[in-house]
Ligand binder design. Structure first.
Ligand code: MSP
Length: 539
């Protein structure tokens, strides 16, 4: 649902970077998108209006060269890749975005022209001469000190190219002091802390003006007052966050959405988002986003997984073997958000088996099958509740509160650890209460009722807590619990009301369904190192 569609107020607005469509997506792109999706789903589950934006970055030399290498026009190339790879990737990972922006869309092209015309008129843009070294893969200039062996980009290990052009400059240098003041007054503006420190010391070293246009090729948005030039791809792309929000075209939508609550970005593009972007917004007199948070890199063999060095793993390869829920879970549970992390089939299999299949899946199957076996699939009333039920209720209350607080820190790993600690406590509860023993003695029927009702309601709570990360498994569990008819749809449940226990009413029909996380077929485990992405194929 588009939160912007229904009137005034403010929405929780979360964005991903817009991805270059020079090639097919890999799991590094899926990683940032899943994090944004979980945030969007969690905030929806708090009852907030949410707007989740993602999209594609389609201009610039990198795209132009990819199109040329494939003997096609850049527009035809991006149209094809968006349809064949990028939109299918979003569907495959169950992204729940409210808007998808492409920088070749009219709404964006118009907004970018209007934005730079405004800054030109205000004197923040001037004509100048540029000579420097450029990395096309980064679409960024490099200083000699940033190069490896004097000639190679440190991110892509490819030669940089000398550029000498007459073009237009943005007066970035004027914003160093205002930016430093903003970082000081808003300690949460850049995260995690290591990223914040890096940005502050970079800006404290002084800022040079940056060139904002290109004249040597024409795949971009024309500079409105000088059609011989196109706008530099980054200074076009960053504006997607406001053009998609209706800046200069739909004031009501813009007031609802802007400023963004959080821009999630990879650490490789932190400076663009935490230095150049806020300076552009200051120049235009627009409010700054509340937060820019940098995730680390997924590494392969100790290096950034990427399209350029052909180490990318297609999300579809992972999903085919473990499903989209497990892909979503694994990255957020395995890697502290903000830090780098290595990806391996072994660690994915281990998490899947011990946490998803053995802890969560097993709790669901043993509890639903016991309600079927001992109570004919009809959930009993609360029965004779006692201290073990009070204790489990306490675990839920603490875990739910701690998980919710972790999400505000963007600590997805911590939130999942809390939710899973409750699942484990529920498993221990079932094992210790041993309903199979209670079932042998008719005098203990009241205790058996209490244990079955409590365990089933623990599943209800787990389904709500885990649904932002595991939407498919939790929807299936919700149905198995008969919760739809009794409590409404899973997406209508509120995080703040997940505790206390005892919400699933007596009489609902509980039915053991398919295993939430079936055992993995180890034989057919893919060799991730040998499955680079290919456009139009596995993406
Ligand atoms: N088009 C620019 C962003 C413009 S935003 C206004 C761009 N695109 S990109 O496709 O190269 O990468 C975008 C993002 O993908 C990274 O910042 C990061 O969020 C994600 N990742 C790409 N490779 C990744 C890893 N190996 N690991 C983690 N995230 C990765 O830069």
């Amino acid at each position: 649902m588009d939160a912007a569609a229904d009137g005034a107020g403010t929405a929780f607005f979360v964005t991903t970077p817009i991805y270059y469509v020079n090639d097919a997506p890999h799991i590094g792109h899926a990683y940032t998108t899943v994090a944004a999706d979980v945030l969007a789903r969690w905030h929806r589950a708090r009852g907030e209006r949410v707007h989740f934006l993602t999209g594609t970055d389609e201009h610039g030399q990198k795209i132009l060269r990819a199109a040329q290498a494939h003997g096609t026009s850049p527009q035809a190339w991006v149209d094809r890749l968006v349809d064949s790879d990028w939109l299918p990737m979003l569907a495959a990972i169950d992204a729940s975005h409210d808007d998808f922006i492409r920088t070749t869309e009219d709404r964006h092209v118009r907004g970018v022209g209007a934005f730079w015309s405004k800054l030109h008129a205000a004197g923040d843009v001037y004509a100048g001469e540029y000579t420097g070294l450029y990395c096309v893969a980064c679409e960024d200039f490099k200083t000699p000190g940033e190069l490896l062996e004097g000639t190679l980009c440190a991110v892509h290990r490819r030669p940089v190219e000398p550029v000498a052009e007459r073009n237009w400059f943005f007066r970035l240098s004027a914003y160093a002091e205002p930016l430093l003041a903003h970082y000081a007054a808003n300690p949460d503006f850049v995260g995690p802390e290591s990223a914040r420190n890096e940005v502050v010391s970079f800006v404290a070293g002084g800022l040079a003006d940056i060139s904002m246009s290109r004249s040597s090729f024409d795949w971009g948005i024309p500079v409105p007052w000088d059609p011989t030039q196109v706008i530099y791809v980054w200074l076009d792309a960053l504006l997607n966050y406001v053009t998609a929000a209706g800046w200069a075209e739909d004031p009501e939508r813009f007031a609802l959405l802007w400023p963004a609550d959080v821009h999630l970005v990879g650490k490789d593009i932190l400076r663009f988002h935490a230095v150049i972007w806020p300076a552009m917004l200051m120049a235009a007199g627009l409010p700054l986003p509340r937060r820019v948070f940098a995730n680390g890199w997924l590494l392969v063999g100790g290096e950034k997984m990427g399209k350029t060095n052909a180490t990318g793993v297609a999300p579809a390869v992972v999903i085919e073997h473990v499903g989209s829920d497990a892909l979503r879970y694994y990255f957020l549970r395995e890697i502290a958000f903000g830090a780098d992390g290595s990806f391996s089939w072994e660690s994915l299999t281990a998490r899947y088996t011990s946490e998803l299949a053995d802890d969560f899946g097993n709790l669901a199957s043993r509890v639903t099958s016991m309600v079927e076996r001992y109570r004919g699939g009809v959930l009993p009333g609360p029965g004779d509740l006692g201290p073990p039920e009070t204790e489990l209720a306490g675990v839920l209350e603490r875990a739910a509160g701690a998980a919710d607080a972790a999400i505000d820190r963007l600590d997805f790993q911590g939130a999942l650890a809390e939710a899973m600690s409750f699942v484990r406590a529920a498993n221990v509860y079932v094992t210790v209460q041993a309903p199979w023993v209670l079932a042998r003695d008719p005098a203990l029927a009241g205790r058996l009722d209490a244990v079955l009702a409590t365990a089933a309601d623990a599943l209800r709570a787990a389904a709500v807590l885990l649904s932002p990360v595991l939407p498919r498994a939790c929807a299936s569990l919700w149905e198995q619990l008969g919760a739809d008819t009794a409590l409404g749809s899973l997406t209508d449940q509120r995080m703040g009301a997940v505790a206390p226990l005892g919400q699933l009413p007596a009489g609902v029909r509980v039915r053991k369904g398919d295993l939430l996380f079936p055992r993995l077929d180890q034989e057919s485990a893919p060799d991730f190192g040998a499955s680079p992405v290919a456009p139009g194929g596995a993406g």
